[in-house]
Every structure is written in structure tokens, then in C-alpha cells.
Design a protein around this ligand. Structure first.
Ligand SMILES: Nc1nc2c(ncn2[C@@H]2O[C@H](COP(=O)(O)OP(=O)(O)O)[C@@H](O)[C@H]2O)c(=O)[nH]1
Ligand SMILES: [Mg+2]
Ligand SMILES: [Zn+2]
Length: 326
């Protein structure tokens, strides 16, 4: 059982927590209608439960009756705006942010994905895909992602990812549609399990992966493939992902004269100084500010929602007390 769980990405703590259960498993797909759970006897379709891809669960009579506390959740703002956020994947160790090698990478989109990843307890890695198509240097990507490993891959060369995959580990692939996530996944799987489709003649990607899916890798460990995210909203995560994604700006900001410097036109601003000196991209400072505001706004919205929920529950309890008192 321990070997099976490790192959699915379980680390020793998860194995210990699940050891005494008869049917432990991991959610490979979660939808409104139900979830698929990988178990030792095989994949089981279960009725709806509040779980997400990557959750460790226990089953009883084919129904999920327990979920382990999550570690390393990847959270985004709910695009529908109904609830405050949506968990994309649970129990993730490494977020592989994929983008094709090129001289002019989509900075704004990657900064968002990096902030999302840094907001979790998982470690982001930038994967420069389609290395067989471009000789471009990785320097532009490195500048976008201080402190993040940048790995070049091609369908026949995924060796650079070996430090991140293996027994007891879970990786999730994030990135726009068409960047080569499923192709990468298939290369790691050493077979075509996940759907990929030729890109359109105009070079734009097309959605082919339409749901999030967890698969066990032949070398051990789990991989979660995701459809391309359209408009990634930042949600309050486990950590302040924006500050971590912009560690270069944050570091410089410690040298500003004013602690609440907005790096706009204040005297003694180390950030503006770095921009003027040509060592920091002005666009990066603007992105930092914009994403910081977005995160603050989401956090405030989340707090307001939690307060409203508490009040509602408080009123219900008070009413119950009154009725009993009569
Ligand atoms: N030449 C080349 N083509 C690739 C590579 N990765 C993906 N592709 C192609 O790009 C298209 C989209 O790939 P896919 O894996 O479906 O992207 P996804 O939407 O991110 O999952 C497909 O036509 C792939 O064959 C690569 O490393 N090299
Ligand atoms: Mg795909
Ligand atoms: Zn400043």
C-alpha cells in the first residue's frame, strides 16, 4: 500500500496518515457530478464530494468519507465571482509554469502565474517549452522570475525536470493553451495519455485539455495537467505570492527613504533609482503595483465575505437560543 501511495505522490506524512485506512486514494478528477479516485484496486467513480484534484481521501462503500488536510493548494480567484476563490489543485510540491522559449515572453501573464504559484507553499519552476523550435536565450525568462529555476524542454528532452518528479512528489502544469503542457506530460508519461491537438494556422493555441486531471508517472509521483487558464485572477493564498514573485522589487524597496514609498515620485526612492539606472524594467514596477492592489482587493473581499458568514451563523444561533428560551 505504501508503494502504491508513493507512486501516486504521497510523502511519508501522507502515507502515515492513510496507513490505517482500508481504501485510501487520490482524487484524479473532480467535477460537479462526482469525482474519480485512484485506489489500489483501481479507479473508482464516486458521487459528488467537496474535493479537488490532488486531494488524499478515504473511501467507504465507494463513497468519500474522509479528506486529508491540504498542503500546497493552488488557488485562483473565482472567475464567476460567486465565492472568493477556487482551489485548482491540492497537495502540490512544484508548479511547472510552461511557456514556449522565445525572445519576448508574455511577461504580464507569466508574472500572474508566478504570483499564483508563490502564493501557495509549492515551489514554482519556469519551463521553457518547444526548445526544438527556438534558439532564443533564457535570459528574458530569468529576469521575469528571480529565484526561480528555468528549465528548457522539448518533447524528446524532459530530463531537466527530473529533480521535480518522482515518488512522493506532485507537480502541476500551468500555462496558456497551446504552450505544450500536455505534450510535456505525455513525454514524462512516455506515452500519449493526455489529449493534445495541432495549433491553428495562426499559431494560437486551442483548448484541448478540458478538465484538470491527475496521472501517476511511470517513474513514480503524480502530475496534474490543466486546461489553459483564461484570465488568471489572484486570490489570497497561503502566502503573499505577489511579494515573492517580485522579490527583486521588494528587495530594492527596502532601500527607499520612506517605508510606505509607492515608488512613484517620492524622493529617495531606490526602486525608481534602479529604473533610471536601467537595471530594473519600469513595466515590472507597474505590474507589481497592479497585482498588489488586486491581491489587497481580493483579500478585503474575502474578509468581508467571512465576516458576513460569521454574522449569519451568529444570528441563527441567537434565534435558536431565543426559541429555546421561550
Ligand atoms: N515542435 C514542438 N511542438 C510542440 C511542443 N510542445 C507542444 N507542441 C505542439 O504544440 C501544440 C499544443 O500542444 P499541447 O501539448 O496540446 O499544449 P497545451 O494546450 O499546453 O496542453 C501541439 O500541436 C503540439 O504538438 C514542442 O516541444 N515542440
Ligand atoms: Mg493540454
Ligand atoms: Zn520607492
Amino acid at each position: 500500500m505504501a508503494d502504491f501511495l508513493s507512486t501516486l505522490g504521497a510523502d511519508p506524512a501522507v502515507i502515515a496518515a492513510l496507513a490505517t485506512h482500508r481504501v485510501p486514494g487520490r482524487v484524479t478528477r473532480a467535477e460537479r457530478g462526482g469525482a474519480l479516485v485512484a485506489t489500489l484496486p483501481g479507479e473508482v467513480a464516486t458521487p459528488y464530494a467537496e474535493v479537488t484534484v490532488g486531494d488524499w481521501v478515504t473511501l467507504r462503500d465507494g463513497v468519500i468519507d474522509g479528506v486529508l488536510p491540504r498542503r500546497g493548494t493552488i488557488v485562483r480567484a473565482d472567475p464567476g465571482g460567486r465565492s472568493s476563490s477556487r482551489v485548482l489543485a491540492a497537495n502540490v510540491d512544484t508548479v511547472l509554469i510552461c511557456t514556449p522559449v522565445c525572445a519576448d515572453p508574455p511577461a504580464r501573464r507569466l508574472e500572474r502565474l508566478l504570483s499564483l504559484a508563490w502564493g501557495s507553499t509549492a515551489t514554482p519552476v519556469l519551463v521553457a517549452t518547444k526548445a526544438d523550435l527556438s534558439e532564443a536565450a533564457l535570459e528574458p525568462l530569468r529576469r521575469l522570475a528571480p529565484g526561480v529555476a528555468v528549465v528548457r524542454t522539448a518533447p524528446d528532452d524532459v530530463g531537466g525536470l527530473s529533480p521535480y518528479v518522482g515518488p512522493g512528489r506532485t507537480v502541476v502544469l500551468l500555462g496558456a493553451s497551446g504552450v505544450g503542457k500536455s505534450t510535456l506530460a505525455n513525454a514524462l508519461l512516455r506515452q500519449d495519455v493526455l489529449a493534445t491537438r495541432p495549433i491553428r494556422a495562426d499559431g494560437k493555441g486551442r483548448h484541448t485539455t478540458s478538465w484538470r486531471q491527475l496521472v501517476a508517472l511511470p517513474a513514480g509521483g503524480a502530475l496534474i495537467d490543466t486546461p489553459g487558464l483564461r484570465g488568471v485572477g489572484l486570490a489570497a493564498g497561503d502566502a503573499d505570492g505577489v511579494s515573492l514573485a517580485f522579490a527583486d522589487v521588494a528587495d530594492l524597496a527596502t532601500g527607499c527613504r520612506f517605508r510606505d514609498c509607492s515608488h512613484d515620485s517620492e524622493p529617495g526612492c531606490a526602486v525608481s533609482g534602479a529604473v533610471d539606472a536601467g537595471v530594473l524594467d519600469a513595466q515590472r514596477v507597474r505590474s507589481h503595483r497592479r497585482l498588489q492592489r488586486e491581491l489587497e482587493w481580493q483579500t478585503a473581499k474575502n474578509d468581508a465575505r467571512l465576516r458576513a458568514e460569521r454574522n449569519r451563523r451568529g444570528r441563527a444561533v441567537t434565534q435558536e437560543h431565543r426559541q429555546r428560551g421561550r
